[in-house]
Design a protein around this ligand. Structure first.
Ligand code: DSN
Length: 402
């Protein structure tokens, strides 16, 4: 193997093994998933869909893609699935194209409040192709009454729910009722909570939304990629042609095979227990930080927000950089009503999907809280912090064993 690349991968493996990974959108895929990502399926071109490809020799990749579609449908209880999106952003782009014309109006949550870049950020394609307006949060929480009032004034083509930094449960039925009242489509980007939805630990958007998009690598613990679900026969036709040929070329059949494995893994009892532990660990860490006097958001899912500016007098960026000194990886994140820009922020977003995969327990999650709190308060030296982090990660599973 290429020596330079191999050496860099070895360093990354060491980083992943020794560190505590608290980025809420990350996870560790299983060995089966990782091996299939590197399989000979990467050699095959297969533009089109099973049974309707542009090239020959697709009889086996057709079987793989059909299996992935069937398993996605079974896992989430949807009538139709497109497993080809290369990413969540591609999935969202295709969903928008299927739902509304360019220039159409989408009512979403702004990035600063926990939305995603593709939910109308000025630096994303989304705001250039569509007219985004936003609904506010009340004390960091969704306010369904305000959402209804804004929807009645704005009359959007689509209401978009599902977020990147929202720590509370989402009532998809309540939003669907609002969509019905104003007569618009309902789209959900469930990328962050897909694993919790699969394990029935969060209300599913599938019975309520016209289109549900997702990634497969966050709480769902699969390969890096996207997914689109719908129960509508007309919409799946529009979704399929939006993915190929409009936005994408040849599908990544090696990744689609890995998605099929991930969907099967997520159908297991073990995965259901895993999702419960993710929620339990997140709450344990958040509760312990609160007990220690930190300003935290509360949580119902796999993540919470820590206000480092009010708690420790430093920005999210400074906290992120400092924690890396003791092998803890987080990301700076705006908190609702943030007065600092996105490259500084007042908060950190902290999640437990990844560490829980490695075997983090409730007691470990509480210890993580104590390490973060003491270190950011300046009570722990780098050396002491590193020692306490390594005491945890050395008893967790190695990445290669997963
Ligand atoms: N980068 C992902 C996240 O961290 O939420 C979203 O694309």
């Amino acid at each position: 193997m290429d020596r330079e690349i191999n050496e860099i991968i070895a360093q990354e493996l060491k980083r992943q093994n020794q560190g505590i990974e608290l980025i809420a959108s990350e996870n560790y895929a299983s060995k089966d998933v990782r091996e299939v990502c590197g399989s000979i399926l990467t050699n095959k071109y297969a533009e089109g869909y099973p049974g309707k490809r542009y090239y020959g020799g697709c009889e086996f990749v057709d079987q793989i893609e059909n299996l992935a579609i069937e398993r996605a449908k079974e896992l989430f209880g949807s009538k139709f699935a497109n497993v080809q999106p290369h990413s969540g952003s591609q999935a969202n782009a295709a969903a928008y194209r299927a739902l509304l014309p360019e220039g159409g109006k989408i009512l979403s949550l702004v990035l600063d409040d926990g939305g995603h870049l593709t939910h109308g950020s000025p630096v994303s394609f989304s705001s250039h192709l569509y007219n985004f307006v936003h609904y506010p949060l009340t004390n960091g929480h969704l306010d369904y009454q305000k959402l209804l009032e804004i929807a009645e004034v704005e009359k959007p083509d689509v209401i978009l729910a599902g977020y990147s930094a929202y720590p509370y449960a989402i009532d998809f039925k309540a939003i669907k009722d609002i969509c019905d009242k104003v007569g618009c489509y309902f789209m959900v980007d469930m990328a962050h909570i897909a694993g919790l939805v699969a394990a029935k630990k969060h209300m599913s958007p599938v019975p309520y939304a016209d289109i549900v998009t997702s990634t497969t690598h966050k709480t769902l613990r699969g390969p890096r990629g996207g997914l689109i679900l719908t129960n509508d026969e007309e919409l799946i036709k529009r979704i399929n042609s939006a993915i190929f040929p409009y936005y994408q070329g040849g599908p990544l059949e090696h990744i689609i095979a890995a998605k099929a494995i991930c969907f099967k893994e997520a159908l297991s009892k073990e995965f259901e227990e895993y999702a419960s532990r993710v929620i339990e660990n997140t709450k344990a860490c958040e509760d312990e930080l609160a007990r220690l006097g930190a300003k935290v958001s509360g949580t119902d899912n796999h993540l919470f927000l820590l206000n480092v500016l009010d708690t420790y007098g430093i920005t999210g960026k400074q906290a992120q950089v400092r924690l890396e000194n003791i092998f803890i990886t987080t990301n700076k994140n705006m908190i609702p009503g943030d007065t600092l820009p996105p490259n500084k922020t007042s908060g950190l977003r902290i999640g437990f999907a990844a560490t829980t995969t490695r075997g983090c327990t409730k007691q470990d999650a509480e210890e993580v809280a104590r390490i973060i709190n003491s270190y950011l308060k300046g009570e722990l030296s780098d050396e002491e912090g590193q020692k306490r982090v390594l005491a945890l990660t050395s008893k967790w599973k190695n990445i290669e064993e997963l």
